[in-house]
Design a protein around this ligand. Structure first.
Ligand code: ADP
Length: 247
C-alpha cells in the first residue's frame, strides 16, 4: 500500500511540480498516471521511491515512511520498488544478462556484488526472467546492439529481478514507436496480473491509459484532476487534463 499525504515538490527557481497530492494506491493495483509534459508525473514517481525528496508532505510504503528515510532504511525501501526509466538507464557496454543481474544486487551478500560473482541460482533466475520478457537467447548480446524495445525489456527484467512489491515506470514507452508502446503496456499488465506486483506507470498517450489502465490518475499542473476507472475518462475529462497542452 502506497499512501501519499499533502505531497508538494518545488524545485529551486520556484518551479512548482507538485502542488498538493493526497492519494492511496492499494497493493496489486495497476495505475496509469497521465498528464501532459510538465504535469508532474515524473516528480511524483520519483517522490514515491525517494529518488527525490518532496518539499512538503509524506509518502509511506507499506506503513513505512519513505520521506526522510536515509542510508540503510532508504536502501531497504528502494529494494522493494522497481523503477523503469524512459531512457532505460542500462549499462550499455555490458551484456543483457549482466544488466539483468544488476537487479539482484540487493540480494547478494556484500562483497559478492560484482557482476560475474553472482550465485548460480541468480543467474538461472535472470535467464528465466529474460525468457519471460521475450529476450530468451539474447543473454550474451551487448545491450547497445539491441533495439529500443528490447532494451526496455532488459530494464523491466532487471526491475523484476529485484523481486519488487511495487513497479514504478516513468513513461517507459516514450522512446519507442507506437506499436512497441502497446507491447510494453501489455508486459506491465501481465506482471501486475501474474505476480500481483503493484504497477504505477506514467504515460502521456491517452489511448494507452484507456486501453490498459484499471485506475487512471490524471495530473495537471501538479494536481490530481481525475482519479477513476478508464471508462469514465470521457473526452471532456481528457480535455480538462490536456487542454492547452500537447497530448
Ligand atoms: P512530467 O513528468 O509530467 O513531464 P515533471 O515532473 O518532469 O513532469 O516536471 C514538472 C515540472 O517540474 C516541470 O515544470 C519541469 O520543468 C519541472 N522540473 C522537473 N525536474 C526539475 C528539476 N530537476 N529542476 C527544476 N525543475 C524541474
Amino acid at each position: 500500500m502506497i499512501r501519499v499525504r499533502a505531497l508538494q515538490k518545488v524545485y529551486p527557481g520556484a518551479t512548482v511540480a507538485l502542488r498538493h497530492i493526497d492519494l492511496e494506491i492499494a497493493a496489486g493495483e495497476f495505475v496509469a498516471l497521465i498528464g501532459p509534459s510538465g504535469a508532474g508525473k515524473s516528480s511524483f514517481l520519483r517522490c514515491l521511491n525517494g529518488l527525490i525528496a518532496p518539499t512538503a508532505g509524506e509518502v509511506e510504503m507499506d506503513g513505512e515512511p519513505v520521506t526522510g528515510a536515509t542510508g540503510e532504511r532508504l536502501r531497504r525501501i528502494r529494494a522493494r520498488i522497481g523503477f523503469v526509466f524512459q531512457q532505460f538507464h542500462l549499462l550499455r557496454r555490458l551484456t543483457v544478462l549482466e544488466n539483468a543481474l544488476i537487479g539482484r544486487l540487493g540480494h547478494v551478500p556484500q562483497g559478492r556484488s560484482l557482476v560475474g560473482w553472482f550465485p548460480v541460482a541468480d543467474i538461472a533466475r535472470a535467464r528465466a526472467t529474460l525468457q519471460r520478457v521475450g529476450l530468451g537467447g539474447l543473454w550474451d548480446r551487448r545491450v547497445d546492439t539491441l533495439s529500443g524495445g528490447q532494451q526496455q525489456r532488459v530494464a523491466i527484467a532487471r526491475a523484476l529481478l529485484q523481486e519488487p512489491r511495487v513497479l514504478l515506470a516513468d513513461e517507459p514507452m516514450a522512446s519507442l514507436d507506437p506499436a512497441l508502446a502497446s507491447t510494453v503496456m501489455q508486459l506491465l499488465r501481465r506482471i501486475n496480473e501474474e505476480d500481483g506486483i503493484t504497477v504505477v506507470t506514467s504515460l502521456h498517450v491517452l489511448e494507452l491509459a484507456r486501453a490498459y489502465g484499471r485506475r487512471v490518475i490524471g495530473l495537471r499542473d501538479g494536481r490530481v484532476v481525475y482519479d477513476g476507472p478508464p471508462d469514465q475518462l470521457t473526452d471532456a475529462v481528457a480535455a480538462q487534463i490536456f487542454s492547452g497542452a500537447q497530448p
